[in-house]
Design a protein around this ligand. Structure first.
Ligand code: AMP
Length: 227
């Protein structure tokens, strides 16, 4: 059965890096709404122009825009083989819309990984994070100090929304608008909490193990629904 995974967690929890690895290993399409929006800004599309200032302030883009983007992306044929959502849903209305999309589409239940990292560590990571201006890949935080992307050779720089003021706004927004999603999902048998405050290899191992376990439970739930 195609895996349908949501990665939850605050900015700086490692969703991008760990999500990319997990998606690659499991053959899932990784859909990062933050990356989709940053591409739109770079391309100066109508959506990009509309969301630029909101992102720059560290606030959330409106639900209708985000639900529209995700609905369209999930309708693409590659997403039918399984997907990993990074950065969506971020509000309860987005989660409700996603549930409706999943119900329309049939298939197994959503597997939810909630990555937890202490506040001070998030601030530290976001303050030192460097991202490629060309391909959007995060620089390896444990790799050599360099200004060149190991992936495509592009220039590494700080994301404009990783500056200190915006980071504190993004963490506040997470606390107020996205953390309540834990309540929304936590009673589901396919919800798992990941300790993101460990060396990356250990986080990856824990994530894989928990996903495996959630997938088994998810398949049982899926079968029970059909019978
Ligand atoms: P990220 O790369 O996931 O940290 O997202 C960067 C920024 O894009 C966020 O701070 C928001 O302004 C915006 N964004 C990304 N995903 C969403 C979403 N699901 N809902 C609202 N805004 C979003």
């Amino acid at each position: 059965m195609a895996l349908r995974v949501i990665m939850m967690g605050p900015p700086g929890a490692g969703k991008g890096t760990q999500g990319a690895r997990l998606a690659r290993e499991r053959g899932l399409v990784r859909i990062s709404t933050g990356e989709i929006l940053r591409d739109a800004i770079r391309e100066e599309s109508a959506t990009g122009e509309r969301v630029k200032a909101v992102i720059g302030r560290g606030e959330l883009v409106d639900d209708d825009t985000m639900i529209g983007i995700v609905r369209e992306r999930l309708a693409a044929p590659d997403a039918k083989q399984g997907f990993l959502l990074d950065g969506f849903p971020r509000t309860v209305p987005q989660a409700e819309a996603l549930d409706r999309m999943m119900a329309e589409d049939g298939g197994g239940p959503l597997l939810v990984l909630d990555v937890r990292v202490p506040f001070q560590e998030l601030v530290r990571r976001l303050g030192t994070r460097r991202v490629c201006e060309m391909c959007g890949t995060n620089a390896d935080p444990f790799g050599p100090l360099t200004t060149v992307c190991g992936h495509c050779g592009g220039r590494l720089s700080q994301r404009t929304d990783d500056n200190r003021d915006v980071v504190s706004e993004r963490l506040k927004v997470y606390e107020q608008q996205t953390f309540p999603l834990v309540e929304y999902y936590k009673s589901r048998p396919t919800f798992r909490v990941v300790n993101g405050n460990q060396p990356p290899e250990q986080v990856a191992f824990e994530m894989n193990t928990l996903l495996e376990d959630a997938a088994v439970v998810g398949a049982q739930v899926g079968r029970a629904r059909l019978s």
